[in-house]
Design a protein around this ligand. Structure first.
Ligand SMILES: Nc1nc2c(ncn2[C@@H]2O[C@H](COP(=O)(O)OP(=O)(O)O)[C@@H](O)[C@H]2O)c(=O)[nH]1
Ligand SMILES: [Mg+2]
Length: 248
């Protein structure tokens, strides 16, 4: 299976070379695409020199910070255009342990359409995260699963592997959310499209270097969109039921 690992970066100079080296060590056959938004700290030039050393690494340089959702949309479109069989997404800051990659790919090979590295299934968790982030993530995910009626426990984990046909079918380029809601939007579309989404436990470690790029605005965006989608589902579910009653 031709695999592309998409890695978005913004101001990650301390992490990028190490992560690329680690990924190459764990899945030597996979290609990697780094999507950098013109990081002021020079992440792109470090990625470029690591790419020359390690091979099979491409760098997409974008003109400015456009958000995580936008970086993934761009990276996924390239992966689909280049006919990869499997597309993986992961953070560069070592919160997502590359050692889990073989397990994720094995689950795809065994029949899953998408595999989510999940903090909220047995065996998963977070370490070293400050309390406010743990609470926000845990309850944000509980709210999301409940409101959208999804069986998936961790809708905002960015550590995922997708079968390319499934990703192509849900048209990631037409999503609009910027932050975590982008990840939820993809889960919603996968489940809605009847695709088989599996979760495998991960222990999410806080980043070793640098700072989080997520903001209060991104969290608010995520909660508002989830609420809106939930209400839309409620209304369309009601109108579907009404139509069904009328046609009886
Ligand atoms: N290209 C790009 N990458 C981003 C952007 N925002 C965040 N990232 C990357 O997305 C990943 C997750 O971001 P991070 O700040 O660690 O989020 P957190 O783990 O939820 O605190 C990291 O690899 C970041 O470098 C962005 O605007 N553009
Ligand atoms: Mg992070």
């Amino acid at each position: 299976m031709r695999t592309l690992v998409v890695v978005p970066t913004y101001n990650e100079r301390e992490n990028v070379r190490q992560l690329l080296t680690a990924v190459r060590g764990v899945v030597p056959a996979a290609d990697v695409l780094v999507v950098d938004d013109n990081s002021p700290d020079g992440t792109a030039s470090i990625a470029e020199s690591a790419a020359t050393e390690l091979g099979q690494i491409k760098l997409l340089r974008r003109p400015g910070k456009q958000g995580l959702g936008s970086a993934y949309r761009h990276g996924f479109t390239i992966g689909l255009d280049e006919s990869y069989d499997v597309i993986v997404s992961m953070d560069v800051d070592f919160s997502h342990d590359p050692a889990v990659l073989p397990e994720m790919l094995a689950l795809l090979a065994a029949g899953a359409d998408a595999v989510i590295g999940s903090r909220y299934v047995p065996g998963g968790g977070t370490v070293d995260w400050p309390l406010h982030r743990r609470v926000l993530s845990r309850w944000g995910n509980r709210y999301t699963s409940l409101v959208l009626g999804l069986q998936v426990r961790d809708c905002t984990s960015g550590f995922r592997a997708y079968r390319a046909e499934a990703l192509r079918a849900i048209e990631p380029a037409t999503t609009t959310a910027e932050g975590y809601a982008f990840l939820t939007e993809l889960v919603r579309r996968l489940v809605g499209g009847g695709f088989r989404v599996m979760e495998t436990p991960i222990v999410f470690a806080d980043r070793r270097y640098g700072r989080s790029k997520m903001s209060g605005r991104i969290i608010v965006e995520s909660m508002l969109l989830v609420t809106r989608w939930g209400l839309m589902d409620l209304v369309s579910g009601r109108s579907r039921r009404r139509r069904r009653r009328r046609s009886r």
